[in-house]
Structures are given as C-alpha cells and as structure tokens.
Design a protein around this ligand. Structure first.
Ligand code: FAD
Ligand code: DLZ
Ligand code: SF4
Length: 516
C-alpha cells in the first residue's frame, strides 16, 4: 500500500521533508487545486495564476524525476474543493497505508489537517517545515522567558547559527547592522535596471485563461504577468538581482519613485515563499557577492537581515501569537477600509501609485506597504481585519503566516507593540523625504491643515491624540506629545477639524472585494 504525500501550493521544493527519504516506487504525490484555497479570500488574479502555474510546473518536474504524481486540477470532475476532502478521497482511491505531509504555513490549514486525524483510517504524519532556519518550537523556546521580543536579538542568533557575515563569534566589519547607510532618498537621481520578467509559456497561458474566466470578479490585472513559475526561472531572477541590483539594494531600500515599481528590490519573495528558492542559498549568494568585492556590506547585510532576520522572525511571531493575532485590535480601530484601496481613485499620489503597482503587478515594495498603505490605515483608524483581508488578497507573495504579523503587528500595532516598539505612524513629511511623489501631488505636503493640505498631516496628529492614553507612556513617543502640548488651542483645533474632514470624506469599500 503506497504512502500518500500531499504537497501544498507553497511547498514546491524538491528537497521537501516529506519527499526526502520517501520511496518513489511506493509513494503517490498528491497535488490539489481546490476552490477553498482559491476563494477563502478573493486573491488577486495574478496570485492565483502564479500559484497554480507554479504547481503545474512542479508536478511535471516531479514526474520527470520518477515520482508518481496525482494532480487534481481545479475544474476536474469530482474535485471536492478542499484539501481535506481531496486527501480523504485519495487515501480511499489508492488504499494508502499512511499520509505524510509537511506542516502547512497557515493556522487555518493546520487546524483542518488536525481535524482529519480522527476521520482518516490511516496514520497522518505531519513533518516540520525545514525550509525555515528556525523551527516553530525553537522560536517559541527563544521567545519564552523574554520580557520583550526584539527582531535584532533574534537576528544575531540567526547570524551565529548560519555563520553568515560572521568572523568567528563576531560580525564582519565590526557591526551587526548597517541600516544607518540605508536611508538615501531618491533625489540623487537613480536608474535601476528592470527586474527580469518571464514570458508565460503554454502552461501559464492555460492557467491565465482559466483564471480570467473563473475569477473575473477578483481584484487585479493579469496583463503584465511575468513572475518566475519554476525554480530555474527563480534562479535566473536571483542571478540578475545579485549582479545588477544588490549593490544598490541597501542605499535605496526605503526610496519610492513614481512609475518605478521595482527599484533595487529583489522581487524574490514570491519565489522564496512558494519554495522555488532556498532562502539560505539567496543569503549565501549575497554574502559571496560581498566577499568577491561586488556588493557593499550595507546592501548585503541589509538583504540578509530581511531574510534570516525579518522573514524568520515574522514566521515565528505568527505561530507564537496565533490565533489571537487574527483578532487583535489594541487601538480599537473600527473604520471600514476606504474604497480607494481597491480602485486607486484618490488624489493622494503616493496612495494612487501604491494601489496601481499592486493592481498591475500583485506587488508593491516594502516601504509602500508599510509607510503609505499601512501608515494611512493606521492613522485613519481602519479596522485591522479589513486591512488584513486586503493585504492577503492583493499580493502575490501573501500567505497568512507572513501577511498577518506584518499587517497587524508591524503596520497597525494591533498587538500593542509585541512586535514593533512603536507604531509606524508618520505625517506627509516622511513620504516627502523618501519619495518624489509630493512634488507632483495635488495636495500640498507643506500645508498642515485646511483645504489642500496633505491628508497624512492632520491624520497623524489625530491618531496621536486619539491614542494618547496607550502611547504616552512609551518613551519613544513621549516627545511627540510634548510638541502637541506646546501648540496653541487654535492650532490643535485646526488639526483635529481637518482630520475630521478627511475621515468624513472617506468612502467605505463596497462589500465583496475581499470575500463573497
Ligand atoms: P526585498 O525588499 O528584496 O527583500 C528581500 C526579501 O526579504 C524578501 O523577498 C522577503 O523574503 C524578505 N522580507 C523582507 N521584509 C520582510 C518582512 N517584513 N517579512 C517577511 N519577509 C521579509 N512579505 C511577504 O512575503 N508576504 C506578504 O504578504 C507581506 N505582506 C506585508 C505587509 C506589510 C504591511 C508589510 C509592511 C510588509 C509585508 N511583507 C510581506 C514584507 C515585504 O514587504 C515583502 O517581503 C517585500 O516587499 C517583497 O518584495 P521583495 O522580494 O522585492 O523584497
Ligand atoms: C494560495 C493558494 C491558492 C490560491 N490556491 C491553492 C490551491 O489551489 N492549491 C494549493 O495546494 N494551494 C493553494 N494556495 C496555497 C495554499 O493556500 C497554502 O499552501 C496554504 O495556505 C498553506 O500555507
Ligand atoms: Fe502623499 Fe501627501 Fe505627498 Fe500627496 S502630498 S503624495 S498625499 S504624502
């Protein structure tokens, strides 16, 4: 009786723990396109196309390597529409002796699998996902007993564990973190080489056609689809990043430029999250570029920190804080998401640009996500669960394990600072410093209140005042209140009235964008 090995859509790795050591002659690999996964939120069309195309390519590669693969396509007759339904059906069909699966990335799926243990007549073995450097028990062990959790401390342990950028027990060049050199604004004139795009082959075109037909009501465009859908393509994307964009990655990490969607970012998150690229290998390649004198330390350290620091930390925090994190709302934010997050129809150029890139590419870079889209939702007091749904829908790299901590904890401070020391709230001044948007925007960033003032300016103060009780005791925020208290009453009133004007003018998103 064969062993059934289900491989989920973000487990497209040839060295996956469930495949390693399995006997090809006595195993059936099961891959499933299912309605539950494609519609539990109404994912961006390009995100669905990416995942299904990558799954189909991966199934073909496994067959070429001699595996028996059963591939259930979305439109196949009899498809039950869920992972659990398909696993149960396959156990029966093949009279499987057991099921061996790598732990899923998401809480929702983990619960569903655990619920299958009883009803299934055969043993269900759930293996740790060793594609992460830090296992879930290891992270929880690290977190237990610490009063405050800081990414930087965790990151140093990951540096020591991997030996990346280490000189014995010490960090190379004497410092753990070179972020100080990573804050250049784009004013200096930059000309980033475009990230490679991969023309859809027949398999991808079939999927794109099906997605256009079956997911017409979902957000986003399929027109510019060019994501890597195989490990080979992802490696080409990695090569191009290391040689062409990594050297400037650090310097312009926080910059935003009108019409420049990629800048010096790697655009590797979709491939890493799908399993097409090994995160550690990406880091080793970056380290080698530094060793070879081809990329400076600030860029290489910054890139490595994002992967072995932030990415691993975020994943650990997800499993540490779930399921409460999904409901967290420390600031009691209750406003519905504004409609312009879906349409891009707003006079705020920073917002319109971020939504445009999101719609066209199923991607926006980190500082757009954090300091434009996230920041606006934070200071306008948008309900975290609305914002979380939006981020989960719109990005091709979004799975709940990585989306939720980034949105709820990092961008919205809904976890009351377990992840981020202080809320990333900012006025228009920050966006102006880091972008070329404000000069072209119909709002005036230097105008603080009243007609034509940049909406981020009054909203920033309104947010601070609204949340004073919770934030005042945080000594990283205290001086903000000293500034507020020094303003005269009329000035304070102008800020709050302007903010009210902005908030009253926000049109709530119509129902049905994120979920049916
Ligand atoms: P680069 O800027 O080139 O960074 C290199 C790599 O570092 C990324 O590919 C990614 O693997 C990793 N990385 C960097 N920052 C983070 C982070 N905060 N968390 C996890 N990994 C990180 N990333 C996702 O993969 N999926 C998401 O759904 C997601 N949602 C986000 C929501 C918000 C509100 C914020 C602020 C950030 C979110 N991020 C998410 C993190 C980050 O913005 C993206 O990983 C990044 O923009 C992807 O583009 P890139 O590959 O060009 O990244
Ligand atoms: C996101 C997604 C989508 C849209 N569709 C599928 C699918 O049809 N089949 C599949 O195996 N995986 C899909 N995924 C990714 C899963 O949601 C992801 O593997 C789980 O959430 C576990 O993290
Ligand atoms: Fe955004 Fe304000 Fe700048 Fe306009 S002026 S681009 S709204 S920060």
């Amino acid at each position: 009786r064969p062993v059934l090995i289900p491989v989920l859509g973000d487990q497209l790795t040839h060295s996956l723990a469930s495949l390693e050591g399995a006997d090809k002659d006595n195993a059936v690999v099961l891959m499933m396109e299912v309605w539950d996964e494609t519609t539990y939120v109404k994912h961006h069309k390009a995100k669905i196309a990416l995942i299904l195309s990558a799954m189909r390519h991966f199934a073909g590669e496994l067959r070429d390597k001699g595996w028996t693969v059963e591939y259930i396509a979305l439109e196949d007759e009899g498809n039950t529409g869920s992972f659990t339904g398909e696993i149960a059906r396959a156990v029966d069909r093949h009279d499987a002796s057991k099921v061996r699966i790598v732990e899923p990335g998401e809480w929702r799926v983990q619960k569903a699998l655990q619920g299958l243990k009883g009803p299934l007549d055969v043993p269900l073995e759930i293996l740790p996902d060793d594609r992460f450097l830090c296992s879930i028990p290891e992270f929880i062990g690290w977190a237990q007993g610490r009063r405050t959790l800081r990414m930087e401390n965790f990151y140093r342990e990951m540096r020591a564990k991997t030996g990346l950028l280490m000189d014995g027990d010490e960090p190379v060049e004497g410092k753990w973190n070179f972020d100080h050199d990573n804050r250049a604004s784009p004013d200096d004139g930059i000309d980033p080489p475009p990230a490679p795009k991969f023309a859809p082959d027949d398999t991808t075109r079939d999927v794109i056609d099906m997605v256009a037909r079956r997911f017409d009501s979902h957000f986003g465009s399929l027109d510019r689809f060019g994501w890597p859908v195989t490990a080979k393509q992802a490696e080409k994307a990695l090569d191009a990043f290391i040689t062409e964009r990594l050297p400037d990655f650090g310097t312009y990490q926080d910059a935003m430029v009108t019409g420049e969607d990629d800048l010096y970012h790697s655009l590797l998150s979709t491939s890493i999250n799908l399993g097409l690229l090994d995160p550690l290998e990406c880091c080793r390649r970056a380290e080698k570029a530094w060793k070879d004198g081809k990329a400076p330390i600030n860029a290489v350290e910054g890139f490595i920190r994002q992967i072995i620091g932030w990415r691993e930390y975020i994943r650990g925090m997800y499993w540490l804080e779930m399921p409460e994190l999904a409901e967290a709302n420390a600031l009691d934010a209750s406003r519905p998401l504004p409609e312009f997050y879906w349409t891009g129809e707003t006079d705020m150029l920073c917002m319109a640009e971020a939504v445009r890139s999101t719609r066209d590419n199923a991607h926006a870079h980190h500082i757009q996500r954090l300091m434009v889209l996230g920041n606006f939702a934070l200071i306008a007091g948008v309900r975290p669960q609305d914002v979380e749904d939006w981020f989960l829908v719109v990005y091709a790299d979004a799975y709940e394990w990585v989306e939720l901590p980034n949105v709820a904890a990092m961008a919205l401070w809904a976890d009351k600072g377990r992840l981020a020391t202080k809320p990333y709230a900012a006025s228009g001044n920050y966006i102006n410093k880091m972008s070329d948007y404000c000069g072209k925007c119909s709002y005036s960033v230097s105008k603080k209140t009243g007609e034509g003032a940049c909406p981020f300016n009054p909203l920033y103060w309104d947010f601070m005042v609204r949340n004073r009780k919770l934030l005042e005791s945080n000594n990283r925020v205290a001086r903000v209140y000293a500034t507020w208290d020094r303003m005269d009453d009329d000035r304070q009133r102008e800020y709050l009235e302007s903010a009210k004007g902005v908030l009253d003018g926000l049109e709530p998103a119509r129902k049905g964008w994120a979920r049916d």
